[in-house]
Design a protein around this ligand. Structure first.
Ligand code: PHE
Length: 338
């Protein structure tokens, strides 16, 4: 019996060695270790052995089973290894990986969020209004008469319905005062539209941040203090801010605001960043007429308003020379802000 066991083991190891795939290997396993396998068959012969022979042969059978099992495991691992290797053939695993680019907020979004945050610290609440507007909210209610150049066909996108794409966010001033009694202190970030020729500093769709503060005792000092604080919070404590007299139909007095821009290797220069002023009494009168009350009677309330271009602020913040970069979605540009 000893010889038979040795012969079975040798045959099993040879069959395992010559197996070319998992299937042949499994065939060998069944042929030797399976229920009707040769080694299993030999074990059945144990019962005919003498008491003395049993332990010796038992040990031999166990040793043969272990050797065959170990050979099966080793061969299976070897076949798997070869299969993995074949699957990876031609792949260079030493090449550096492709970096994953994390997303990031668009510079305009980042700037708008910061601007809104600063204004909220000053007590301004967010307000909004439609981008498709009536001529009334965009012009008439803002004391802008029909013959004003801003209303020209060449400057404004009109629809056949008589509605238009708002040319500024000042429309939200009107909508807010129509709906809420004073005091109001709101900001309204949003898009505005003009028939501008597109170039490095102009787009036909751009972004503004409107502000309005109306109460019983608001004056030019409040206006200046608020906006100076705003630009210093945004661009740094030593930012120089200048108010230049200007004209807007809906504010009186009106100003344009410049901040001093320092670019390395260039002489500092003033650059315009906003329009502002004290709400014109004619605007309050128009609001009283459309509300049908005198909550905003110009003898009772005063207020200031401002409107600034967010695109330009983003350009200043990051030294962006061409406004078109903000809408072209060029990953090489945007990646710098991720
Ligand atoms: N709406 C003006 C513009 O777009 C800016 C402005 C807003 C001026 C509020 C004064 C008050 O140019």
């Amino acid at each position: 019996m000893q010889d038979e066991i040795q012969e079975i083991e040798a045959a099993a190891l040879a069959a395992i060695k010559s197996a070319r795939d998992e299937q042949e290997l499994d065939g060998a396993r069944v042929a030797f270790l399976g229920k009707k396998g040769r080694l299993t068959g030999a074990s059945a012969g144990m019962k005919n052995l003498s008491k003395e022979d049993k332990p010796v042969i038992g040990q031999l059978l166990n040793a043969a089973r272990s050797a065959i099992t170990a050979a099966l495991d080793a061969k299976r691992a070897g076949l798997q290894d070869a299969a993995d290797r074949a699957a990876l053939a031609g792949l260079d695993l030493t090449l550096p990986g492709r970096p994953a680019h994390p997303g990031g907020l668009h510079p305009l979004t980042r700037l708008r969020d910061r601007a809104v945050q600063i204004c909220r610290r000053l007590g301004f609440a967010l307000a909004e209004g439609p981008e498709i507007e009536t001529e009334f909210h965009c012009f008439d209610a803002l004391n802008t008469p029909p013959e004003h150049p801003a209303r020209n066909e060449k400057d404004t996108f009109y629809f056949d319905s008589g509605k238009l794409l708002r040319t500024h966010t000042s429309t939200v001033q009107i909508r807010t005062m129509e709906g809420e009694a004073p005091p109001v202190r709101i900001i309204a970030p949003g898009s505005a539209y003009r028939r501008d020729e597109i170039d490095a500093t102009h787009l036909s769709v751009f972004n503004q941040l409107e502000g309005l503060y109306v109460d019983t005792d608001v004056n030019v000092g409040d206006l200046k203090g608020t906006l100076e604080f705003f630009y210093r919070a945004l661009f740094g404590e030593d930012t120089e801010v200048r108010f230049r007299p200007h004209f807007f139909p809906f504010t009186e007095p009106s100003f344009e605001i410049d901040i001093k821009l320092h670019v390395k290797g260039q002489a500092p220069k003033w650059i315009e960043v906003a329009g502002c002023g004290m709400v014109d009494p004619a605007v309050f009168e128009s609001i009283c007429a459309s509300r049908g009350d005198d909550a905003y009677h110009p003898d009772k309330v005063t207020g200031f308003a401002f409107g600034m271009g967010l695109d330009r602020l983003a350009m200043i913040q990051w030294g962006i020379r061409d406004i078109r970069l903000l809408i072209e979605n060029d990953a090489r540009f945007l990646r710098q802000f991720a």
